[in-house]
Design a protein around this ligand. Structure first.
Ligand code: MG
Length: 235
């Protein structure tokens, strides 16, 4: 009968999809994760770029393709002559959540790390002047460095964490999370109003002052409380 014949392929299709979804949920950490980034979260950095102090968090997203693969050098893209380092504290999401109240936000991340939000400043400036999105300047391949992770339990106070970046063994950026305009729990509350947070998503919490240009052969090392979290070469 025709009705039955039609229903068979549909059934197979549904079965096939659900198998795919099963695989997907097993690999959720690696599949379709996103990097949620906060801009203008430290007063002195806002001043150095002569930006306006935001009245709510400035948010943008980098796709997973922006992640610089482990042990790979960072290649300066040919569309920029002014790529800047921005060292930032990272947190990794360990539960799916939406509309998370800041009271409960600490339950949604279990790892703390350090990374770089590489920014093609010349391109970003042009986009900003035209009121256009920043993605081309912020989300290109390799533009997100993600260093080692530490368990949140190893940290006594996430809101009083010293971190720094060395370029060629000279400290160029130094920050403390107590100087954030929007604290990590507030960021989680805010961004989860707009985006569902998934397991494996990473939040870049903004950079302190001292951003600057990188050139070929630079070596960048990031530290949290004196512990080396990443070391990368620029090419
Ligand atoms: Mg940044």
């Amino acid at each position: 009968m025709s009705g039955r014949a039609q229903s068979r392929p549909n059934f197979k299709l549904i079965k096939y999809k659900s198998k795919q979804q099963q695989t997907k949920s097993k690999n959720l950490v690696n599949l379709n994760m996103k990097l949620i980034c906060i801009g203008r979260n430290y007063t002195k950095h806002i001043e150095e770029l002569q930006n306006e102090r935001p009245t709510e968090p400035v948010v943008f997203i980098k796709p997973d393709t922006a992640i610089l693969l482990k042990k790979q050098p960072f290649f300066i893209p040919d569309f920029s002559n002014d790529v800047h380092h921005e060292v930032e504290v990272l947190v990794k999401i360990n539960r799916v959540g939406k509309h998370i109240d800041k009271k409960f936000a600490h339950k949604y991340y279990d790892k703390v790390g350090l990374g770089i939000d590489f920014t093609a400043r010349d391109l970003q400036q042009k986009l900003k002047e035209k009121g256009l999105p920043w993605e081309k300047a912020k989300s290109f391949d390799g533009a997100a460095v993600i260093g080692d992770w530490m368990d949140k339990s190893e940290i006594s106070d996430i809101n009083n964490l010293n971190f720094s970046l060395q370029k060629n063994e000279i400290t160029v950026q130094k920050g403390n999370t107590s100087h954030m305009l929007y604290k990590i729990d507030e960021i989680i509350e805010y961004v989860s109003k707009y985006f569902t947070l998934k397991i494996g998503d990473i939040i870049f919490t903004g950079t302190p002052a001292g951003v600057g240009k990188v050139v070929a052969n630079d070596e960048l090392k990031g530290y949290i409380e004196g512990k080396e979290m990443f070391s990368i070469k620029v090419k």
